[in-house]
Design a protein around this ligand. Structure first.
Ligand code: XIL
Length: 468
C-alpha cells in the first residue's frame, strides 16, 4: 500500500516538496521566507547546486523518468535523490503494467517508485491512463460499450490507488496523428468510441481525484505545426465547454531530424494563454558536447520564460538506460558523470555546480580549489546587450580560470573586455580566459564583459567555471 501524505499544494504551479531546500525556493509568504533563511543561511549564499534545488528557486520542479528495476543500483538512486524533485514511472503505471488482465490490478512496481519518491520528498507525475500503446490485448478486443466501461474503470481504479500522491496525470497520451492532417490517431478508443473518448476520460479523471492536475500529453507538438494546432483546438474547445483539463505535456524527444523548434517557447506560451499549465514531460535531446548542451539550455530557458511552464522531466538519468541510448540524449553519462548538457541545464536554471561538492563525480578533488561563474545582463537595448560574468574563487586561491559562453545565432559578440576570448568552429561559443585578472585570492572575484548584437534575447548560456 502507498503511504498517504497530506496534500499541501492547492493547484498552483509549485509542487510541495518535503525538503526545506525546495520549500525555500517555493516560498510565497514573508514569514516563511524569514524562517527558512534563518534555518539554512548558507543556502542563500550560493547558487543552487542541483537541478531540483535550482528549479525550485524558480518555482518549478525538475524530474526524471525512473525505472523500478534500477532503484537498487546505488549510483542510480544517489543521482536521482540528489538531483531531482519529481519522478515519472517510465513504464510501471502504463495499462499493461497495472491491469494486465481485466479487473486485476498490480501496483507493486509502480508503488516501489512512488514510495521511493515519497521517502525522498519528491513529487510524482502519473503516466499514463489512456494510450494506444503498451495496452494489453484484452482491451483492444472489447466492443464499444465494454471498452467504455473498461476505460472508465481503469482510470477510476488507478487514480483512486494513487489519490493524493500524484501532482499531475497524463490522462490521455498521443491521441493525434503525425503529419499535416490534424486528425485523431487510430486506436481502439478512437475507433470504437470516437473523438468523445478523450473528453470522457478527463471527466472520469476529475471525478476520481479532483486535486490532481489533468494533462493531455503528446510528441511532435513542441513547435507550431498541424499536429499541435489540432491539440490546441481541442484544448480551446475543452476550456470553452468546461471539460476539465489543467495542463498540456510536451514530450520533447529531440534529435537531428526533429530538433528543438525555434518557436518552442512561443508554442508553449500559446497553450498557456488558453488557461492551462504546460509541462515538458519526456525531455531528451540526442547529441553530445556543446551542441547538446546548447539545446538543453535553450529548452530550460524556454520553460522559464513561460510563467505557466511548471516543470521539466527528463526521460531517464544516465544515457545507458535511455530508451534511445545510442543517441546519448540525457544529462549523465554511463558512469553518472555530469555531461556538458547537465551544466547547461543547471546554469540556465540559475544554479552553479559546487566545485568542491564531495557528491559530485566531476569534482576535481582539490579541497577548496575551483571557481564559480555567474551571469548578469548589464545593459540591454533593442538589438543587443552587454553581458557580465563574475568569476569567484573558491576557498583556495587560483591562478587562472576559463568559462564557455554560448550565444544563440544570429547573435554575435562584438567585443570582450577584461577577458580574452577564443572561438569554436561554429562561432557561437567563446571560451574566455583571463587577460590580466587570472590570479584571485580565496573567495575573491573579478569579472569580464562583452557586447552582443543580433538580438536582445535570449541571454547567453554560461558554462561552469574551470580553475587552474
Ligand atoms: C517508452 C519507454 O521509455 C520505453 O522503456 C518503453 O519500451 C516504450 O515507452 N512516449 C511516451 C513514453 O509517452 O511512455 C514512451 O516511453 C516514450 C514515448
Amino acid at each position: 500500500m502507498i503511504r498517504k501524505r497530506t496534500r499541501t499544494r492547492a493547484g498552483g504551479g509549485t509542487p510541495a516538496h518535503g525538503r526545506l531546500r525546495a520549500v525555500l525556493g517555493a516560498t510565497t509568504t514573508a514569514l516563511l521566507t524569514v524562517t527558512a533563511l534563518a534555518a539554512l543561511p548558507q543556502t542563500t549564499a550560493h547558487a543552487a547546486g542541483t537541478l531540483g534545488a535550482a528549479a525550485a528557486e524558480k518555482g518549478r520542479y525538475f524530474g526524471a523518468a525512473v525505472a523500478a528495476n534500477h532503484l537498487g543500483e546505488a549510483q542510480y538512486a544517489a543521482t536521482l535523490n540528489r538531483e531531482f524533485s519529481s519522478v515519472t514511472p517510465e513504464n510501471e503505471m502504463k495499462w499493461d503494467a497495472v491491469e494486465p488482465n481485466r479487473g486485476s490490478f498490480s501496483f507493486s512496481r509502480a508503488d516501489q517508485i512512488v514510495n521511493h519518491a515519497r521517502s525522498q520528498g519528491m513529487d510524482v507525475r502519473g503516466h499514463t491512463l489512456v494510450w494506444h500503446s503498451q495496452l494489453p490485448g484484452w482491451v483492444s478486443g472489447l466492443g464499444a460499450s465494454d471498452l467504455r466501461s473498461a476505460m472508465n474503470n481503469h482510470i477510476t481504479q488507478v487514480m483512486t490507488h494513487y489519490k493524493g500522491e500524484i501532482h499531475s496525470w497524463d490522462v490521455v497520451n498521443e491521441a493525434f496523428q503525425d503529419g499535416g492532417s490534424g486528425a485523431r490517431r487510430s486506436s481502439p478508443f478512437q475507433d470504437k468510441l470516437g473523438n468523445g473518448f478523450i473528453e470522457e476520460a478527463f471527466r472520469t479523471a476529475r471525478a476520481t481525484d479532483p486535486a490532481a492536475k489533468l494533462c493531455y500529453n503528446d510528441y511532435n507538438t513542441d513547435g507550431v505545426n498541424a499536429k499541435s494546432n489540432a491539440v490546441y483546438d481541442m484544448v480551446k474547445d475543452f476550456k470553452s465547454r468546461g471539460v476539465p483539463i489543467d495542463c498540456v505535456g510536451f514530450q520533447s524527444h529531440f534529435n537531428p531530424n526533429s530538433p528543438v523548434p525555434s518557436d518552442y517557447r512561443a508554442n508553449l506560451q500559446r497553450f498557456a494563454d488558453l488557461g492551462v499549465d504546460v509541462q515538458i514531460t519526456e525531455l531528451d535531446i540526442e547529441g553530445s558536447g556543446q551542441a547538446q548542451a546548447t539545446n538543453y539550455g535553450n529548452v530550460v530557458r524556454a520553460c522559464l520564460a513561460v510563467t505557466r511552464c511548471t516543470g521539466i522531466t527528463v526521460w531517464g538519468i544516465p544515457d545507458k538506460y535511455s530508451w534511445r541510448s545510442s543517441g546519448t540524449p540525457l544529462l549523465f553519462d554511463d558512469n553518472y558523470n555530469k555531461k556538458p548538457a547537465y551544466d547547461a541545464a543547471l546554469s540556465a536554471l540559475g544554479g552553479t555546480t559546487d566545485p568542491d561538492d564531495p557528491d559530485d563525480p566531476d569534482d576535481p578533488g582539490t579541497p577548496g580549489a575551483g571557481c564559480t561563474a555567474t551571469y548578469t545582463t548589464a545593459e540591454q537595448w533593442g538589438s543587443g546587450y552587454n553581458g557580465k560574468v563574475t568569476i569567484t574563487a573558491g576557498s583556495s586561491p587560483i591562478t587562472g580560470w576559463s568559462v564557455d559562453v554560448t550565444m544563440t545565432s544570429p547573435q554575435k559578440v562584438l567585443s570582450v573586455w577584461n577577458g580574452s576570448p577564443t572561438w569554436d568552429s561554429s562561432g557561437n561559443v567563446m571560451t574566455v580566459r583571463p587577460s590580466w585578472n587570472g590570479s584571485l585570492a580565496a573567495g575573491a572575484s573579478t569579472s569580464f564583459g562583452f557586447t552582443v548584437s543580433g538580438g536582445a534575447s535570449p541571454p547567453p548560456q554560461v558554462g561552469a567555471c574551470t580553475a587552474s
